[in-house]
Design a protein around this ligand. Structure first.
Ligand SMILES: [Ca+2]
Ligand SMILES: [Ca+2]
Ligand SMILES: [Ca+2]
Ligand SMILES: [Ca+2]
Length: 518
């Protein structure tokens, strides 16, 4: 009898030890490779990591806005931004930081060099690109003596040293450039050349890896309405550019293309045949907003260079606010899909969208959402299914930032940065005013929901709850992988306490257990 009880006790102890060891095993795996564990076999994202402050230096400039980001071939992350003395002033200097461990830790900010020796310039409009071992950083430089150009600095040592060169040769003020590199290594810069209140959309290019640039072509002739050309190159190295045209209060989106390495462009054509809804608002105490389109090509060969266009405009006349829309074209922009509304919450303004496309074809979209007097970046994924890849399936709307930014900060910058790396891990960088000054923050997508932010307002939680019904699939990696690390730790502690209790009770109530030992 006594021996049987001893056996039961030993079995119970053995089971508890087994559970504890299993917990340890899972916990250790998760800690060693949290990214791998959090992704599994697909790229559904349900949350974001703890937000990291990237603009860690306020000595020279109090405010940091307007982000750019690029990822090198070996997975090094580079994030850049514009520094300013005031939250809503012009740019003073552009900076960058980098991470060599997938966004876990970041360098201190590095200020980009000035092009004109002995002439102090101001800098703005940061934009980065990577191609074949070379990091490119394009930025606007200007002085109060009417000097103005887009500078492109190139680095062949991951940002340690830079060679800045003149990359634009316009007649007026250079503004709102984008830079991209084709698969044949040509570096393209498109920008607004503003003279006499008219804007000419121009293209320059570099055939020698950024050592020199030359004027390539005029994409769109001088006119008051041209704003912000956004470049993309397809798999056969054709150069596409999309931009906003707002001659008065409302306007449209233009598309144009070059099939001869940027030397000639065709007649630009309006994309939106359903009317003119491109718009802008002045700040007036709240963030200024403007329709700024972005285009990206699907990289999978079987998708034949499908082109995705993302923008925000005032199509929805009911609310008279901005909403984020997407179209795609399977015939190089000749025809487009109907507009697809990205944000389910249409109250308030949703603007500044950007997207990344992962290796499975899933779209990862980020944008700002302003409710009442606060705004915050949100994320939503979108994948097209069906035989024609034409049926949109949305993921939930997820807040990226843990906290809101007050709308008294009226100039977060005109773009948003969202990128996927070679392992389809999602990285996001944005402007954030949670500490009553503008800063740059970073987060990585995870397959776990984030804990509810403490400062969530009623309106933003409405956005979250509305979108929960749109979840198209749930992660199903089983019990252990669904557990948060904190829950695993709690189970370990609980198992040890229970084990001690069992032994204690056995010893107190059944002292013969010990006496039986000999
Ligand atoms: Ca600018
Ligand atoms: Ca043209
Ligand atoms: Ca809206
Ligand atoms: Ca700061």
């Amino acid at each position: 009898m006594a021996t049987r009880k001893l056996l039961y006790a030993l079995i119970a102890i053995g089971l508890l030890i087994g559970i504890t060891q299993t917990s340890n095993q899972v916990s250790a795996d998760w800690a060693q490779d949290p990214v791998l564990m959090s992704y599994g076999s697909d790229t559904i994202i349900l949350g974001f990591t703890q937000n990291l402050l990237l603009s860690t230096e306020d000595i020279s400039y109090d405010h940091h806005v307007e982000v750019t980001m690029v990822i090198s071939d070996n997975g090094t992350l580079f994030a850049g931004w514009k520094n300013s003395e005031t939250h809503n002033g012009g740019g003073a200097r552009v900076s960058f930081v980098k991470s060599s461990d997938g966004g876990e830790t970041w360098s201190v900010p590095y200020h980009m060099p000035m092009f004109w020796h002995g002439v102090p310039s101001r800098q703005s409009d940061p934009w980065m690109a990577w191609y074949d071992g070379v990091l490119y950083y394009a930025y606007l430089e200007f002085t109060d003596t009417d000097l103005s150009q887009i500078t492109v600095a190139s680095s062949r040592d991951y940002g340690t040293s830079w060679d800045p060169v003149q990359a634009t040769f316009g007649e007026g003020f250079a503004d709102k450039e984008t830079i991209t590199v084709s698969n044949d290594g040509i570096v393209y810069v498109a920008y607004d050349d503003i003279a006499d209140e008219n804007s000419t959309v121009r293209l320059t290019r570099s055939l020698d890896g950024g050592e020199s640039f030359e004027p390539a072509s005029v994409i769109a002739e001088s006119d008051p309405g041209h704003v912000a050309p956004y470049l993309a190159v397809n798999s056969t190295n054709d150069v596409y550019v999309v931009w906003t045209y707002i001659p008065e209060t409302l306007g449209n989106l233009y598309l144009d293309a070059s099939f001869d390495q940027g030397l000639t462009f065709g007649e630009e054509e309006f994309i939106n045949q359903d009317g003119d809804y491109a718009a802008w608002t002045s700040s007036g105490g709240r963030p200024a907003k403007i329709t700024l389109p972005v285009i990206h090509f699907e990289q999978r060969p079987e998708q034949n260079d499908r082109m995705y266009l993302l923008w925000a405009d005032k199509f929805d006349g009911t609310h008279d606010t901005f909403d984020v829309y997407l179209r795609y074209s399977d015939d190089h922009g000749d025809t487009w899909s109907p507009r697809i509304l990205i944000n389910p919450e249409t109250d308030g303004d949703q603007w500044n969208p950007e997207m990344a496309i992962d290796s499975t074809g899933r779209l990862h979209i980020g944008y700002y959402d302003e409710q009442d007097a606060f705004y915050r970046p949100y994320y939503r994924s979108l994948v097209f299914t069906g035989p024609e890849s034409s049926i949109p399936e949305f993921g939930p709307v997820i807040p990226i930032a843990e906290e809101n930014t007050s709308s008294v900060f009226t100039r977060p910058g005109e773009y948003f940065s969202i990128e996927v790396d070679g392992d389809d891990v999602l990285h996001v960088v944005w402007t954030d005013g949670r500490n009553d000054e503008m800063d740059i923050y970073y987060a990585r997508g995870t397959q776990f929901p984030q804990t509810e932010p403490s400062s969530t307002t009623d309106t933003t939680s409405t956005t979250s709850s509305t979108s929960t019904t749109d979840i198209t699939s749930e992660p199903s990696d089983g019990f252990w992988s669904d557990l948060e690390p904190l829950a695993i730790t709690t189970m370990q502690v609980g198992a040890v306490v229970l084990l001690i209790l069992v032994v204690y009770v056995l010893m107190r109530r059944k002292p013969w257990l010990l006496e039986d030992q000999y």
